[in-house]
Design a protein around this ligand. Structure first.
Ligand SMILES: *[C@@H]1O[C@H](CO)[C@@H](O)[C@H](O)[C@H]1NC(C)=O
Ligand SMILES: *[C@@H]1O[C@H](CO)[C@@H](O)[C@H](O)[C@H]1NC(C)=O
Length: 716
């Protein structure tokens, strides 16, 4: 077995450099030393150490042979020997020289080129550089010719416990709810140690608490901090300072240590009920305070903070629950008592309320500690205030007949001073609401009288404002609206609803309806209008016309016979008496003008007499004169023309006025003559636009009408 291993090693290590390591026994006696010694290619050395190799080859496969170890931080008087290079080449006649190159060769590591001893000439720090890679070579001392290929090996720096644990993230802050159970995890901390974590215990840390007991504990290995007391009370102590130590070497004496601080803050839970600062509050308030005004504040203190201290306030009892309300002010955490309904000192002078403050956010864990609410009593005293007069009604509606006598009383307003002193009141009318001074008011008793006559037909409503003023304090004023409605009296007689123009056909039959008229009355009787029509007493037996009342309050005028003739009488005037149904009734006489006209067989009016027409209303004097002048001129021309023609029996040519002539000639062509009123209707000229609506009823041919227009244009 040793032989086989030797052969294997020989195959692996042909360059045959022997690394023989001498370790200073005073510094280091680690068990791993054995492995370092097993650095051999020499059959002699191997046979000497085969026993160790055998053991190690069993216990640890793949061991690395080509490395040396040097202890960090070594600072003795002499450079420390790291190891020795050795080759088993037969030195024979030649002298061998060892050459070292690579990391730190010559600067950190020096080699004795004859003996092969390697020394570290500088102090090494594993935490700075843990290993160095170097190359060794054996050369001929004289020729410097390599005797074998270069061989690489590693010098590892051996750790010593030269670094203390450090809390890199400290100091720490953590929170834990108050009233937590024992062993509640708060946080954990971590220390780091720069020493080799895989070698020795230099980096094996153990945690402990130096300060902060008995409130907190720490798990030595995991550094988890937990509460060590149950039910710690934030309201008693809110903040704790914990000093934590980490010690290496597994916590054994001689190890290095580091500390940090942890500040633990207890967070609030709702473990305290609200408590009113006073069990009785006194407030006073003037009776005339505006609704919604804050009257007072009540506050229940709560040792908790934040939402755990929030309470809602309520009025739960008392004789003023309808008049007052309480609102919770989340900001100030108090309750504001406000007025909801008007107070009246004269009715009730004090109120008592029972108010309650109840925590909003209850923690069920503590609800067994009792109700998280409190009550207090609030006494509110109402103070008297000087109040303005109060009218017996917020508004008044008065009615008065339009024929009421001047100074007659229309109605009365009353008002009183609600105060105990009860000042007398004086009344006045706000003249801005009665600009025409239609009414007066008795300043003492509030009786409203009529100052000027009323007319319902002018104004139905007179809405005025009455002012009441306290005599003892003129600044105490109230106003009230008074609506005065004017009631109707039958003071207007009925009359024709419009200006009627009646026409009667010469060829009409007896009993024909000439015109239907209706009446109107400015008054407004309750049951509507009912009119009575009659002929004047002296005309009751009028031989020419009769009247007939219709269902709809209108009246029809009928012809009594058919013997009407324009030649005999062109116009009839028919006075009609109309009376209303008022009490007493009023009546008036309206006269209907009836013109006799020539009509077609089917009763269409074709021509009425000239004189029957009234000049159109609305023309200016100048226009009328111009029209008249025009008519006279035309008449003269026509008469002249007709006369001349009869005498000479030939057309007359008027050289100076051809336009007029042409038109006249055409009329003449149709027959002409003084009797021909249809062909030459002067009324048409006077009223060419048919303002009175006559023209369409004449049924004149359109052509004729246009020609007449032309005549008028040419003349005027
Ligand atoms: C006056 O008051 C009455 C009743 O309030 C109302 O009906 C009427 O419209 C008012 N008239 C005027 C002109 O304001
Ligand atoms: C009735 O008509 C005739 C002529 O047609 C007239 O003389 C008489 O005065 C008229 N009577 C009345 C009352 O209008």
């Amino acid at each position: 077995m040793p032989e086989r291993l030797t052969e294997t090693l020989m195959d692996l290590w042909t360059p045959l450099i022997i690394l023989w390591i001498t370790l200073p026994s005073c510094v280091y006696t680690a068990p791993m030393n054995q492995a370092h010694v097993l650095t051999t290619g020499s059959p002699l050395e191997l046979s000497r150490q085969s026993e160790d190799m055998r053991i190690l080859s069993r216990s640890k496969r793949g061991w690395v042979w080509n490395q040396m170890f040097v202890l960090e931080e070594f600072s003795g008087p002499e450079p420390i020997l790291v190891g020795r290079l050795h080759t088993d080449l037969d030195p024979g006649s030649k002298k061998i020289k060892y050459i070292l190159s690579g990391d730190g060769a010559g600067t950190i590591f020096q080699i004795n080129d004859i003996t092969g001893d390697i020394h570290a000439i500088k102090r090494l720090d594993r935490e700075e550089k843990a290993e160095y890679t170097l190359t060794a070579q054996a050369v001929d001392f004289e020729t410097n010719k390599p005797l074998e290929p270069p061989s690489e090996f590693i010098i590892k720096v051996q750790d010593i416990n030269d670094n203390a644990p450090e809390f890199l993230n400290g100091p720490y802050h953590a929170t834990v709810p108050e009233m937590s159970i024992l062993g509640t995890s708060v946080t954990n901390v971590t220390a780091t140690d720069a020493d080799d974590p895989v070698y020795g215990n230099s980096a094996k840390l153990v945690y402990s608490i130096l300060e902060g007991q008995p409130y907190f504990s720490i798990e030595p290995e995991t550094a988890i901090i937990k509460t060590a007391l149950p039910n710690m009370d934030r309201e008693a102590k809110e903040e704790y300072l914990v000093v934590i130590q980490a010690k290496d070497m597994g916590g054994h004496s001689g190890g290095l240590s580091g500390t940090t601080t942890l500040t633990v803050t207890l967070t609030d839970v709702n473990d305290n009920p609200p408590k009113f600062a006073q069990s009785l509050y006194h407030f006073s308030v003037p009776e005339d305070v505006v609704l919604g005004t804050a009257i007072g504040r009540v506050k229940a203190n709560d040792q908790d903070i934040g939402e755990n201290a929030q309470s809602s306030y309520d009025i739960i009892d008392g004789d003023g629950t309808a008049l007052f309300e309480i609102t919770s002010d989340a900001q100030a955490q108090d309750g504001v008592i406000r007025l909801r309904k008007p107070l009246d000192f004269e009715t009730k002078k004090s109120y008592t309320l029972k108010v309650e403050a109840a925590n909003i956010h209850i923690d069920p864990r503590f609800s067994s500690r009792g109700p998280f609410k409190d009550t207090a009593t609030v006494k509110i005293v109402v103070e008297d205030a000087d109040e303005p007069p109060v009218f017996s009604s917020p508004t008044y509606l008065l009615e008065v007949h339009e024929n009421a006598a001047l100074n007659s009383v229309i109605g009365q307003v009353t008002a009183r001073d609600p105060d105990i002193t009860s000042s007398p009141i004086r009344f006045s009318i706000d003249r801005h609401t009665d600009l025409e001074r239609q009414f007066n008011i008795n300043a003492d008793d509030g009786k409203i009288t009529l100052a000027t006559p009323l007319d319902r037909e002018l104004s139905v409503w007179h809405n005025i404002t009455i002012i009441a003023t306290e005599i003892r304090n003129h600044s105490q004023i109230s106003r009230v609206p008074v609506a005065i409605k004017v009631l109707d009296v039958n003071d207007n007689a009925p009359e024709f609803a419009s200006e009627y123009e009646a026409f009667l056909c010469e060829n009409g039959k007896p009993g024909q309806v000439i015109q239907t008229v209706s009446a109107m009355d400015k008054d407004d009787p309750k049951n509507g209008h009912f009119f009575l029509y009659s002929l004047l007493p002296e005309m009751v037996n009028n031989p020419n016309f009769t009247i007939k009342k219709n269902e709809d309050n209108s009246l029809s005028i009928l012809a009594k016979h058919n013997g009407f003739n324009r030649q005999k009488q062109e116009v009839y005037l028919l006075p009609i008496v109309i009376s209303d149904s008022g009490n007493p009734p009023l009546s008036s006489t309206s006269t209907l003008t009836i013109r006799v006209c020539g009509c077609s067989n089917d009763g269409v009016v074709q021509s009425c007499n000239v004189e029957a027409y009234v000049l159109p209303i609305g023309l200016s004097m100048g226009a009328l004169i111009a029209i008249l002048a025009c008519i006279i001129l035309l008449l003269v021309i026509v008469v002249l023309f007709v006369t001349l023609r009869r005498h000479k029996n030939e057309p007359l040519i008027i050289k100076d006025d051809e336009d007029v002539r042409e038109n006249i000639i055409r009329y003449d062509d149709e027959g002409g003559g003084e009797e021909d009123t249809e062909a030459f209707d002067i009324a048409t000229l006077q009223n060419p636009d048919g303002i009175n609506g006559f023209l369409p009823r004449w049924g004149l041919p359109t052509q004729r009408w246009e020609e007449r227009n032309a005549i008028q244009t040419g003349c005027v």
